[in-house]
Design a protein around this ligand. Sequence first.
Ligand code: PGA
Length: 254
Amino acid sequence: MSVYEHKPAVAVFHEAHEAGIAAAKLIAELLRAKPNAVLGLATGSTPIGLYAELVRMHREDGLDFSRATFFNLDEYVGLPREHVASFHRFMREHLFDHINAMPDRTFIPNGMAADLQAECRRYEALLREYGPVDLQILGIGVNGHIGFNEPGADLNGDTNIVTLADKTRKDNARFFDNLDAVPTSALTMGIASILRARRILLLAFGEAKREAICKLMSASVSPACPATALRGHDNVALLLDAQAASALDAPACP
Ligand code: PGA
């Protein structure tokens, strides 16, 4: 981590869907200027509106994804691609099945690989071959995770295997039959892999994210809140709704 810290730009929107549309516009601008751009994508409820807008832009405005390359941040270990909660399935349902992305240019870590360490090395090598990512979309966990880099993560780490925090498993249990069905580990791009992107857009919505957003902006850069590592990058913008931004002017984080 550089000793120099940067202040992420912050844009606050009345409604979450406006932030999703703003992020989609930035992606569309990038693709029009650079059709073979490399996009870094995230899963979770946060980017769903952004993906819906990209699908609309493809259908109605002819936005072309055919020369783009896509890298997803992470995937659970041990979930088949068809599983309703797998990130492979999420990406197909919310984006890839509805745009003209080339299937051989949509990369997601393979959490079913027999040798997970080798899969992490393969993924990192792909990022280096096709990268750097031009524009990385991020969400943020209530506990300050980015990708699946949980509190305690190595801030200099590449793609790796991680144990999911109990908080994350509980937060994501809504996508599974019950808490026991939520995998205990995942593959994720590391913080260093994420910071190699040229530009990063982090979206966060709702009251539950306000503490994590406040810490991202003002807590010491530390593995205790992995998102603080974003202050080591000079081109990060936060697209927030009013609730997620509500602690930014507070004298101390909640
Ligand atoms: P969410 O998850 O978009 O479902 O809130 C974000 C994250 O955990 O990174």
